[in-house]
Design a protein. Sequence first.
Length: 169
Amino acid sequence: MSWKSPLNPRFLVLLAAVALMVLLSGCSSRAPQPPAAAPAAAPGASPPASAEVAIEVADVKFEPPQLNLKAGPTRFTVHNTGAILHEFVLYSEARRAAVVEGHKSMGGAGGHNHGQMDKASAILVAVSDILPQKTKESGVVTLAPGVYEYGCFVPGHYEAGMKGQIVVA
């Protein structure tokens, strides 16, 4: 005795093909994964900088003397290629007079506390006591668009022209 299916054979082939496609699509595609989160910074660590700027200091000059940067988090690496002590102090151009006068009243570099001046004079970065042939890094500072200046306030250096400018767009 033969049993005859009430369904059309073409319909069964089509049904089998659809079932196979559904089964294969479930096996071959993965649900989108969210991007991996950045690792959390260690407590007290500086946030990452989007710009790393190298400054070279030599006997009474900065190299480069002028920079053009994009706004955002920035870290400065300062290398003293000279034979004497230097520092790198970054401040807003608008507060130049306060910074210069503040340093004069504190007697120049060599252990003075830039922190005493930070709020009053708008010092954004202070890398002090950079010994000859040594390199120091600043913390990360977020630079907004504007004009900034940097200088070395070891007695006589700023007056001798040891300063530079940064234009941030």
